[in-house]
Design a protein around this ligand. Structure first.
Ligand code: SAH
Length: 565
């Protein structure tokens, strides 16, 4: 299994060269640079503290090129909380020191050695067990899992106090370690898949060498699996993955069971249930037992779940927000990080980047929306993790509806089996409104003025009724080269119901470089002030404007209507 790609965080241009050198050790790792201090970083951040804490909470390994004290103080409030602790290292900006700080069990010392070797310095390893034995006993290699951490810590401290140790079972990675081995020792490292009661003199390590195949219609799936393993004398810690028939891909009980057991869920084709799945999954198994509803296979070696069957494909339609990285929701950032394929209009795909070398980008023209939606399902149906990008919110004049329409039209069961999720973003109307104040603070109506997908007569009718109803109005797609006259006509309709002094907000490229915000009035507004990158907000009869201390105006629509309460 691959470990997550680290984030390299720097505060100034002086660290960029060292950061690039470290990046060679972790291809795909992004360099996060402080805005206005770093030129040419892969990602720009504005607040060091918030950025570091967010990365930590997402479980991302962190390599910070700054003083250790800064990182310690920044992460200190989070350290009291329980939870996964990703590796955190600091590296001197000139590359002369590599100091692992946190995440001993996440492999921080391994990373410190990798980086230090590349920088030709000695890492500042402080973990006694590692120094003495040359390996972290509490962090077995991938494919193996430690039985109990607290017992393990005690075990290692006993070893450090001078005790000797026996090794039982297959532990090839311990061959190079400098352990004080002795066949008569009281302490033992025990490696095996059998269920075993924990004892203070044993460090239990389980190979993840067991696979459970299930059919979908078992009640209380996870507890049934636990019981079956117990009856077979197999430790649940040795479970590597669940395997189910591909016809049951969309079954939520399977997903919940895998989540509860903490193992990946894979799918394969089967005509005759779990027994057949189990027989086909592992070459030369040690044992297979069970029936066509639940079967357990024990392999000779740890299993790599990525090599077994295939996963359920995933398709996420995401909203990037208006453009600025701070306005992108964390769920969207996480989705982009896990994506195998990214589809969208080229401008938006760029905005969503940078991407790792292993991520495939499919940039298309803005008009090929249905084709893009179908392509996304084709990729996801192969078991890939696919992201379709929209700007703003994907459900507002964007890809989410196109993706759902494509699915609705399809009878392909593989498409319907894809795990589909829509992740929201800050829509341009809301981003623009927030900068102006609260022009949409009362009832409002959102309209696209584009007549590409609907007749102009409908737009006129809706404008007329919405203006009549005294709703504040938000116009998307207000004008374009191919639709030059529509906005003028729209404004005429609105003016029939609304005073010339009605406030209007024009937001152009909001949240993007060169953004502009203008406050004007309905009477003063002309179509030449607007282009396709502009959001037009027209106030209602109650929308008010007043001066801001720093210059410009605040615009708001009060929450009440009629007589002030
Ligand atoms: N899904 C997008 C809207 C797509 S329609 C969203 O939720 O924001 C495209 C229209 O949105 C553009 O013609 C423009 O009117 C508006 N728009 C999108 N991004 C914008 C931005 N950053 N600033 C101002 N208007 C924007």
């Amino acid at each position: 299994m691959t470990s997550p790609v680290p984030a390299i965080v720097i505060l100034g241009n002086g660290s960029l060269a060292t950061a690039r050198t470290i990046q060679q050790v972790y291809p795909g790792a992004l360099i996060h640079g402080l805005a206005e201090r770093v030129d040419g970083a892969d990602r720009v951040y504005h607040e060091f503290g918030a950025t570091l804490r967010e990365l930590y909470q997402q479980g991302s390994p962190i390599i910070a090129l700054c003083a250790a004290g800064i990182v310690i103080r920044t992460l200190a409030p989070l350290l009291l909380e329980k939870g996964a602790e990703p590796p955190v290292l600091v590296v001197a900006e000139d590359g002369s020191a590599v100091v692992p700080l946190l995440g001993g069990l996440g492999g921080v010392n391994v990373m410190a050695r990798e980086i230090a070797t590349h920088l030709h310095v000695a890492p500042a390893i402080t973990t006694s067990g590692e120094l003495r034995f040359g390996t972290c006993l509490l962090k077995p290699p991938s494919g193996y899992t430690l039985g109990d951490l607290e017992l393990g810590k005690r075990f290692v401290s006993d070893l450090l106090a001078g005790e000797t140790v026996r090794i039982e079972g297959e532990a090839p990675w311990l061959a190079q370690a400098q352990l004080p081995e002795d066949a008569q020792a009281r302490l033992a490292v025990h490696v095996g898949h059998a269920e075993r009661l924990p004892a203070p003199n044993e460090l239990l390590i389980y190979p993840r060498s067991v696979l459970v195949a299930v059919s979908a219609d078992i009640a209380e799936l996870s507890s049934t699996i636990r019981e079956a393993l117990h009856r077979a004398g197999i430790a649940v810690q040795s479970l590597a993955c669940l395997l189910a028939p591909d016809t049951a891909m969309a079954n939520p009980a399977l997903r919940d069971a895998a989540l509860e057991l903490g193992v990946p869920l894979r799918f394969a084709h089967a005509d005759a249930g779990a027994g057949e799945l189990a027989r086909n999954a592992v070459e030369q198994p040690v044992s297979i037992e069970g029936d066509d509803s639940l079967a357990i296979v024990v392999a000779q070696e740890p299993l790599d779940p990525l090599q077994i069957g295939r996963p359920r494909g995933r398709l996420a339609v995401i909203g990037l927000g208006p453009g600025a990285a701070e306005l992108m929701v964390p769920a969207v950032k996480a989705e982009l990080a896990r994506a195998n394929d990214v589809l969208g209009y080229e401008t938006y795909v760029r905005m969503a980047g940078p991407f790792r070398a292993d991520q495939v980008l499919h940039c298309t023209d803005n008009r090929e929306e249905m084709q893009r939606a179908r392509h996304a399902f084709e990729l996801a149906a192969q078991g890939r993790s696919v992201v379709v990008v929209s700007s703003g919110d994907p459900g507002v004049f964007a890809m989410a509806a196109a993706v759902l329409e494509a699915l609705h039209e399809s009878t392909d069961v593989h498409w319907h089996n894809v795990e589909l999720e829509i992740l929201p973003g800050v829509s341009a109307s809301l981003a623009t409104a927030a900068q102006a104040g609260a022009p949409l603070g009362h009832d409002f109506c959102v309209l696209s003025l584009s007549d590409n997908l609907k007749p102009w007569s409908i737009i006129e009718k809706r404008l007329d009724l919405a203006a009549q109803a005294d709703l504040a109005l938000a116009f998307y797609n207000p004008i374009s080269r191919s639709r030059p006259w529509q906005l003028g006509q729209a404004l005429e309709i609105v003016a029939r119901h609304r005073a010339g002094q009605t406030p209007v907000v024009l937001g152009r490229d909001i949240g993007r470089p060169g953004q502009t915000l203008r406050v004007t009035t309905l009477a003063a507004l002309t179509p030449d002030q607007v282009d396709m990158r502009t959001m037009v907000l027209v106030g209602s009869s109650t929308t008010s404007v007043f001066a801001r201390a720093e210059g410009g105006e605040w615009v708001y629509t009060p929450r009440w209507y009629g007589a002030k309460p």
